[in-house]
Design a protein around this ligand. Structure first.
Ligand SMILES: O=C(O)CCC(=O)C(=O)O
Length: 259
């Protein structure tokens, strides 16, 4: 597995260092393009049906797990999952997996921390860590096309973002298609302006411990056959393997072998 001997160093960088790492070449440029093309194709369909979430020149496409094999490959990428498990523990789940399209002239989205922190009151606690975000670069992120901005080390402050401080310290993260930015949910970040004439696409994974209520409703657009054919890893991410048809409450991990 790529980067396997660097996991402790990468964990340290995310938790105690700048708050994020960029891992290159996790998938091929062709796979990245497949994901990008599919996002744009689905977006144009969902624009017609009204399912697409539109915020001026920005759009969000949810429920990706059920919308393409390439998305199911990305969400359970072994290198990404090993790194996140080393931070959140083995019992992590998926809070959401969506695409973010920045059309030409899209403005910055606004500096933020990630869910669940944005749903909580600041100051936050540092431990346990409640979220790790993955931003998949399904195309090259450049200085001009809306690459994200991150404030290095801001996760250690465990507070909601301070705009002035963010403007002084943030750095734009560019990279090649097929890379992923893996970041601490408390690290302040934003998108930059897309000043090109081409839409920029990212795919966003939100991973949390299993006791956090998922951001996305994984039953929206649910397809039974996708779950039936899913790997054990994906079933766990969707909390499917922890559901019982007999018990009235969701089983926790220790009980799941008895179900
Ligand atoms: O699309 C991006 O580059 C990042 C978006 C983001 O950070 C978010 O939605 O939390």
């Amino acid at each position: 597995m790529q980067f396997s001997n660097q996991i402790p160093h990468l964990v340290k960088e995310i938790v105690e260092g700048q708050g994020y790492v960029v891992l290159p070449d996790l998938v091929t440029p062709t796979e990245a393009k497949t994901a990008r093309d599919l996002v744009l194709q689905l977006a144009s369909q969902e624009r017609q049906t009204g399912e697409l979430v539109i915020q001026q020149a920005k759009e969000r496409l949810y429920g990706l797990i059920y919308k393409g094999e390439i998305f199911r490959k990305l969400v359970q990428h072994p290198t990404v999952l090993s790194l996140i498990k080393a931070i959140l523990g083995e019992d992590l789940i998926l809070g959401g997996f969506s695409a973010h399209i920045l059309h030409p002239q899209a403005e910055r989205m606004g500096v933020h921390v990630d869910y669940p922190y944005w749903a909580m009151r600041s100051p936050y606690f540092l431990y346990p860590i409640l979220e790790i975000q993955v931003i998949w670069l399904v195309e090259d992120f450049t200085e001009e096309n809306g690459a994200p901005l991150f404030a290095p080390g801001s996760q250690k402050l465990a507070t909601k973002p301070n705009l002035q401080q963010f403007e002084q310290t943030s750095q734009k993260i560019t990279g090649k298609a097929g890379s992923a930015i893996i970041s601490h949910g408390l690290c302040w970040h934003d998108t930059s302006v897309n000043s090109t004439d081409t839409s920029r696409v990212s795919i966003l994974g939100n991973y949390t411990p299993q006791y956090i209520h998922p951001l996305e409703n994984h039953f929206f657009a649910y397809q039974a056959e996708v779950i039936e054919q899913a790997s054990p890893e994906l079933k766990q991410l969707l909390r499917h393997s922890w559901r019982s048809s007999q018990n009235q409450i969701f089983a926790m991990k220790n009980f799941c072998h008895e179900l």
